[in-house]
Design a protein around this ligand. Structure first.
Ligand SMILES: [Zn+2]
Length: 395
């Protein structure tokens, strides 16, 4: 998702707000139909049924028919996606949207010519029934953007965000399986022995970011100085985000194209980053603080890599319980924490097998076997894994 500041004229703002109102109206109707459902009653209408009702409503109400059908239709689709996410257990139940708080709508079937660059700093996007709306061209538009979402925040600032859902990449059909481990010393280790590094901030950039963060904590709230420091921080962070995105795209494409099955460790990235919140907001001095900044970037990179893999290789990504994958010898299966000689080196205390510690873990993940704890067959939860948590995403 890349977000840009949208610059509608006052007349266009009225048109955009109408789209927002219609999207909200349709969304809230859908919420209401589902809210009225109780066990034992007829099922709440599904997408097709609600879609039919929308067509009917557009026939009955002129004000609704005057709006954009795609905007209204998309609001319904978004609602059903939200319900699907809710039933999967990854998101909260969709709720009513309020005027002035949740202002936004989505436009789909966007074609390349619907987004144009006017000059170095300005672009324009085509919005049905509103026309060409200008936006600040602050970075390259992702290629292949198929939809965008327009939002208005509480400060009445408009934004447009382009979303790209990549096309699935066909499996090579070689039968090859790869394991990917989130490494301690590198960003990701492959069971093939490859070590991948997600670019973060350079030494100099990390120094500068730390300086700026310190300056920010001293700057008076609401002062111009504070705003300047904030802008400088935002530019540095955007740089790191761009690099990370680039790495995620290239890496996920490569893996999806080279392997039939991709096994990754199943880490609750959200929970792990949340548990360490606070370290980056008040960073210490020197190397540790710098390292933690970069670790935050990498933590976010890992989550994005797995998400992108699932987009590009649907049905070909398996999440493996990571318990003991880094203490178990890939060669003989012996599990002992002493085998993990250091962050980087694994040397099996039973058979003497030696390997890069992250690669050894990646091989266990590739094997996909439930790795057992010492002294028993039980599969232990991730809590028993040695800590590999990353601090919050700094960027
Ligand atoms: Zn061994």
């Amino acid at each position: 998702m890349s977000r840009y500041r949208l610059l509608p004229t006052p007349a266009q703002q009225i048109g955009l707000l109408t789209h927002c109102a219609h999207a909200r109206f349709v969304w809230n109707l859908a919420v209401e139909q589902h809210a009225n459902w109780r066990p034992g009653r007829a099922p709440a209408p599904d997408y097709r049924e609600q879609s039919r009702q929308l067509t009917e409503a557009r026939g009955a109400f002129e004000w609704l028919a005057a709006g954009s059908q795609t905007v209204q239709q998309q609001a319904l689709r978004d609602f059903h996606q939200a319900m699907a996410n809710f039933f999967r257990g990854t998101h909260r139940k969709p709720n009513w949207r309020k005027a002035g708080v949740h202002e936004g709508f989505r436009q789909v079937a966007v074609r390349a010519e619907h987004v144009q660059r006017l000059n170095r700093k300005t672009g324009r996007v085509w919005v049905p029934k509103v026309g060409w709306v200008r936006f600040r061209w602050t970075r390259a538009i992702p290629t292949g953007a198929k939809s965008y979402r327009v939002t208005c925040d509480r400060a009445r600032r408009w934004h447009v965000a382009f979303a790209v859902v990549p096309e699935p990449i066909p499996a090579p059909r070689t039968g090859h399986i790869v394991g990917v481990d989130r490494g301690v010393t590198v960003s990701a280790a492959l069971s093939t022995g490859e070590l991948l590094t997600c670019p973060g901030l350079s030494e100099g950039e990390a120094d500068r970011l730390l300086k700026l963060l310190r300056r920010l904590s001293r700057a008076r709230r609401g002062s111009n100085r504070r705003q300047r420091v904030k802008n400088a921080i935002a530019i540095l962070k955007a740089k790191a985000v761009d690099r990370r995105k680039d790495w995620v795209e290239k890496t996920s494409t490569g893996l999806a194209a080279r392997y039939d099955l991709i096994r990754v460790e199943d880490l609750n990235v959200v929970g792990m980053t949340r548990s360490a919140r606070g370290t980056v907001e008040r960073p210490g001095r020197g190397v540790r603080a710098k390292a933690s900044l970069n670790r935050g970037i990498l933590a976010a990179g890992w989550g994005q890599l797995v998400a992108r893999l699932e987009d590009k290789a649907p049905g070909r990504v398996e999440k493996i319980n990571p318990a003991f994958t880094s203490q178990t010898c890939w060669a003989c299966g012996h599990c002992a924490s002493e085998s993990r000689e250091s962050q980087a080196v694994f040397r099996c205390v039973a058979c003497g097998h030696q390997a890069n510690a992250d690669v050894n873990a990646a091989r266990n993940i590739a094997a996909g076997r439930a790795v057992t704890a010492r002294g028993g067959d039980r599969v232990a939860g991730p809590a028993n894994r040695e800590p590999q948590f990353a601090p919050p995403s700094a960027v």
